[in-house]
Design a protein. Structure first.
Length: 347
């Protein structure tokens, strides 16, 4: 039992790498939907703690090349406007030899060519687009739903990305609540008079500069607000910052005294995440990730609006009017500079 708890915590400590949060639920296939009711989440947590010690390790895709990559997607989820748009697009990459973790953020407004088509759209529409097409064909398969966005992110980054994780706002917020909140340094005042809420409403949200203790509700607002001096790019940087804060908080949990927090975290996330990883890969991840230095996480936010930015504004016709999008400064659909920056980051 103690080994199982340690394993679960070690996976949590990876912070969002390779869907560490989502891989806690057992499954016999490579694609499974972890969403459900609270009772289902609790049952899954019990299964995890009881069975993980008996699971055989499975080599991770990419391990032979010393680097394993995962695509982390965030959606608003039920109750929000455009609930299936993946406004958070984050690539997590770990060097399995040096144990260095890198996080690469891609903006939701990046203009892309839809796979298998000459049509264009924003990148955050790809998951929704493929999921809807699959459902019309009576296909209920997360792997299939994620094909468009996974292949596009691979094209943009030049990386092979075998693993995909999808988490919604409710899961993110509840996970931080289960941890008892996090401490984050806010480097400038944030004021958002129209932060989106469930029921398609809005509310006033503000944070003053300095160290702030954040509960789940505050943290999800902090990473989602776009009303600040850096706009969407500041949002990507805050997402990476909060990942680090979650990791640090998880590392401080006491395996015995904080068992209720760990249990709550596992059961909560089991209701709000989808992934394509299996339990053998979870155990393998734990084995080689013991020595990851969370204080040396590398970060890259692919952004625009600054002299050294890799992206620039572009206003094409999308749908019925002109849209605000971003394209590579090297040229539309030319990802060479982005790939060079990523290669430098991962050295």
């Amino acid at each position: 039992m103690r080994f199982a708890i340690k394993l679960a915590l070690r996976i949590i400590i990876l912070g969002l790498f390779m869907g560490a949060f989502s891989w806690l639920v057992l499954g016999s296939t490579r694609s499974f939907d972890l969403r459900g009711n609270t009772a289902t989440g609790i049952i899954n947590a019990v299964k995890t703690f009881a069975a993980v010690p008996f699971v055989s390790e499975k080599k991770l895709s990419g391990e032979d090349n010393l680097r394993v990559n995962a695509l982390i997607l965030g959606e608003s989820g039920p109750g929000y406007e455009s609930p299936l748009l993946t406004d958070t697009i984050l690539v997590a990459s770990i060097n399995t030899q040096t144990k260095e973790l890198a996080l690469i953020s891609i903006p939701r407004d990046l203009l892309i060519q839809i796979p298998g088509s000459k049509l264009v759209s924003r990148i955050n529409t790809l998951y929704l687009m493929k999921k809807q097409a699959d459902e019309m064909a009576s296909i209920d398969d997360f792997n299939k739903h994620a094909e468009y966005i996974k292949s596009k992110v691979e094209e943009i980054t030049g990386l092979e990305i075998p693993y995909v994780v999808l988490i919604n706002v409710s899961g993110f917020e509840s996970a931080i609540e289960a941890l008892g909140g996090i401490n984050v340094y806010v480097d400038h005042d944030i004021v958002d008079p129209q932060f989106p809420t469930t029921g398609y409403g809005h509310e006033y949200f503000s944070l003053e500069k300095g160290w702030r203790f954040m509960d789940g509700a505050t943290a999800q607002k902090y990473v989602r607000t776009r009303h600040d001096i850096r706009g969407d790019f500041g949002r990507m940087e805050r997402q990476q910052q909060v990942v680090g804060a979650i990791i640090n908080k998880a590392r401080g949990l006491n395996l015995i005294l904080d068992f209720s927090k760990i249990f709550s975290l596992v059961s909560t996330l089991g209701n709000n995440i989808q992934t394509n990883a299996d339990t053998g890969e979870i155990k393998r991840t734990w084995s080689f990730s013991k020595n990851i230095d969370v204080n040396k996480i590398k970060n890259l936010a692919i952004d625009g609006g600054r002299p050294d930015s890799l992206l620039t504004d572009y206003r094409p016709y999308l749908g019925t009017g002109v849209a605000s999008t971003l394209v590579p400064r090297a040229g539309i659909f030319n990802y060479s500079e982005i790939q060079n920056a990523i290669s430098s980051l991962l050295r």
